[in-house]
Ligand binder design. Structure first.
Ligand SMILES: Cc1cc2nc3c(=O)[nH]c(=O)nc-3n(C[C@H](O)[C@H](O)[C@H](O)COP(=O)(O)OP(=O)(O)OC[C@H]3O[C@@H](n4cnc5c(N)ncnc54)[C@H](O)[C@@H]3O)c2cc1C
Length: 322
């Protein structure tokens, strides 16, 4: 999302960026997403929900998102909903493949299966989607993201003097059915076990760890449960039936039904430190956008797509301004 937005905006401003994509297809995790591009409705709520995040960057996203959504529409991106259906947030929902197509058309040539080389010419915008692959591997969690985002942008910039933010161990994620459930990319949304607020939660060896309070987005739970846990509820629901159909473990138990779940990483929350023009602190000639940038949702959860859209525009405009 961030790379395509930055490239499309640079083109609009008269530049001819070269766009490199490591994967075999365009769209990164955006293509797999529910594609709700949102912000908190109230500024104070954003601060309260992501209390450890960088305030100037949070303000940039919060203030620029509405205009940025207007820019997407100017490219021909038609929202499927003009609201998020969540009273705490505002934004638009798109059809992910349609949005990817609009952005790819505005970007022009994209070199597939071409990872960032070590000697890329500045100015360079890093937009490699954070390091969910690496974090999932290190913590033995599931990966709920594109398979290519493994920290390449982070490593490239850190090797050139970049600073990193707080929250390098935090992630946005979901509880998913634990193996042996089969989870394909198209199952990432329907198989998310999003009823943890109503569940009693137990570790893999049945110690109860139900928290006193769970956030509306359940991102706190996804991080808390770790590699395996049990969600126990009185009655089944569509998501439990989907887990069962995918081969997940659902057993009858004294509290009702117990579903074996695993924490799954969608994207990392810590990352590169940037200023409000998306310039990477400490590394000349480098910008970062999307979830390669850290420190925005620290301590909570905010929209990765909004971060990609606003910072992609900011990076392109900063480079174009010279
Ligand atoms: C199932 C699911 C549902 C989601 N739903 C939502 C939602 O509704 N709302 C929301 O805000 N967010 C949602 N997200 C998160 C959102 O998709 C990400 O936050 C967003 O895509 C981040 O944008 P990005 O541009 O930083 O990364 P990406 O969109 O992932 O793009 C990163 C790109 O970099 C490429 N890349 C990696 N390494 C290299 C390299 N070395 N060289 C060249 N290219 C490289 C990758 O292949 C990828 O194409 C969801 C994610 C998933 C998986």
């Amino acid at each position: 999302m961030a790379g395509l937005v930055a490239a499309a905006r640079l083109r609009e401003l008269g530049h001819e960026p070269r766009v490199l994509e490591k994967g075999t297809r365009v769209g990164g995790s955006m293509l797999l997403s529910s594609c709700v591009v949102w912000r908190h409705l109230e500024w104070d709520r954003f601060r309260a929900e992501c209390p450890d995040g960088d305030e100037p960057l949070q303000r940039l996203i919060w203030e620029r998102l509405d205009d940025a959504l207007g820019w997407l529409e100017s490219l021909g991106a038609e929202p499927v909903w003009r609201d998020t259906e969540n009273p705490l947030t505002t934004g638009r929902r798109y059809e992910a493949s349609a949005l990817t197509r609009v952005l790819a058309d505005a970007t022009g040539e994209i070199e597939l299966e071409t990872p960032l080389p070590n000697d890329a010419e500045p100015p360079l915008i890093l937009a490699t989607g954070g390091f969910p692959g690496r974090l999932a591997r290190e913590r033995d969690l599931l990966l709920r993201a594109n398979p290519w985002s493994a920290g390449d942008g982070l490593d490239y910039a850190v090797a050139r003097g970049a600073g990193t933010t707080a929250g390098m161990d935090e992630f946005y994620g979901r509880a998913m059915p634990a193996p042996p459930a089969r989870i394909r990319e198209e199952d990432f949304v329907p198989l998310a076990q999003l009823y943890g607020r109503e569940a009693r939660i137990f570790t893999d060896d049945w110690s109860e760890i139900t928290p006193r309070r769970v956030a509306w987005h359940e991102n706190d739970l996804a991080q808390m449960i770790g590699r395996r846990a049990w969600y126990c509820v009185a009655e089944t629901n569509d998501r439990i039936e989907a887990a069962r159909a995918a081969g997940g473990t659902v057993i009858d138990q004294e509290f009702g039904l117990a579903v074996h779940v695993a924490g799954a990483v969608t994207h990392t929350i810590g990352g590169l430190q940037v200023d409000s023009e998306a310039r990477i602190t400490g590394a000349d000639g480098l910008w970062a956008a999307g979830v390669d940038v850290g420190g925005i949702a620290t301590g909570g959860y905010s929209s990765g797509l909004a971060q990609a859209l606003v910072l992609g525009l900011a990076a392109a405009e900063s480079i174009a301004a010279g």
